[in-house]
Design a protein around this ligand. Structure first.
Ligand code: CAA
Length: 257
């Protein structure tokens, strides 16, 4: 597949998508967005890939949706193009996606990182929702995901006052999983992803699905969703192997079956 606005790379069992519009701070235009999701879906379908990373460059993960592309748009055009519905493709990805964020993660860039399963932030990472400063609000999930993750007050401040979170704050408030030095931040994210990619694939998939269920429903329904994912794992060869290996005091060898 030939892309114009992203680069892809495979390291071991980790698929990496690098946003590659540095001249525009990796702003998500229609082409970049389409390529990003195409690449993620291809990795998702590839048995040799166990986890994925989306990253930008040291200065910018992504500065949001492309303002120049939508500056003159009418509501009709925005709706017709399904401008923000397109972002929902991330919700269909079954494998774990880690956002490796350095520099700016603003607007849609912050929202995309929040849509990933985990975030590795470099010390220079900055997360914010500055849409209010251009006369709009977040449209790719920012108001909902930030409120669920950080609580109402901080979400309000970010969305209404354009409060930006540093990497240290993102870690403190539970938005980032870990903060690492800028130099080598992608390598650190790959090492993190490799740990995931080395686990029993179906168990990882069910774990992701179960945790995500917690954001969709009541505790009772969420517990049912967890059980629906728990029991079928006993039909996998990896469950038999994992428990046998524990009893035999050896490392499990996953088959992905
Ligand atoms: N869309 C289009 N172009 C963008 C862009 C964006 N979101 N962000 C940056 N660029 C472009 C700039 O226009 C500039 O292009 P030119 O050289 O052609 O002028 C280039 O990238 C470099 O940007 P700056 O000169 O501004 O770089 P800086 O270092 O001074 O500032 C920045 C960096 C703080 C990220 C600043 O560019 C900025 O504030 N960007 C906009 C952030 C924003 O408002 N994002 C929200 C977008 S709306 C959205 O995302 C809606 C949604 O929910 C889906």
């Amino acid at each position: 597949m030939t892309y114009t606005s992203i680069l892809t790379e495979v390291r071991g069992r980790v698929g990496i998508v690098k946003l590659n519009r540095p001249q525009a701070m990796n702003a998500f235009n229609t082409i970049l967005l389409g390529e990003l999701f195409d690449a993620l879906e291809i990795f998702d379908a590839d048995e040799n890939i166990g986890a994925m990373i989306v990253t930008g460059n040291e200065k910018a993960f992504a500065a949001g949706a492309d303002i120049k592309e939508m500056a003159d748009a009418t509501p009709f055009e925005m709706i017709k193009q399904g401008r923000v519905e397109k972002w929902d493709r991330i919700r269909g990805i079954k494998k774990v996606v880690i956002a490796a964020v350095s520099g700016w993660a603003l607007g849609g860039g912050c929202e995309f990182a929040l849509s990933c399963d985990m975030i590795v932030a470099s010390e220079s990472a900055k997360f914010g929702q500055p849409e209010i400063t251009i006369g709009i609000i977040p449209g790719a999930g920012g108001t909902q995901r930030l409120a669920r993750l950080l609580g109402k007050q901080l979400a309000m401040e970010m969305v209404i006052n354009n409060r930006t979170l540093t990497a240290a704050e993102a870690l403190q408030f539970g938005l980032a999983n870990r903060v690492v030095p800028v130099e080598g931040y992608l390598d650190a994210a790959v090492a993190f992803a490799e740990e995931i990619a080395a686990r029993a694939p179906m168990a990882v998939r069910m774990a992701k699905d179960s945790v995500n269920a917690a954001f969709e429903t009541t505790l009772t329904e969420g517990l049912k969703a967890e059980k629906r994912n728990f029991y079928p794992l006993f039909s996998t060869e990896d469950q038999k192997e994992g428990m046998k290996a524990f009893i035999e005091k050896r490392k499990a060898e996953w088959k992905g079956q």
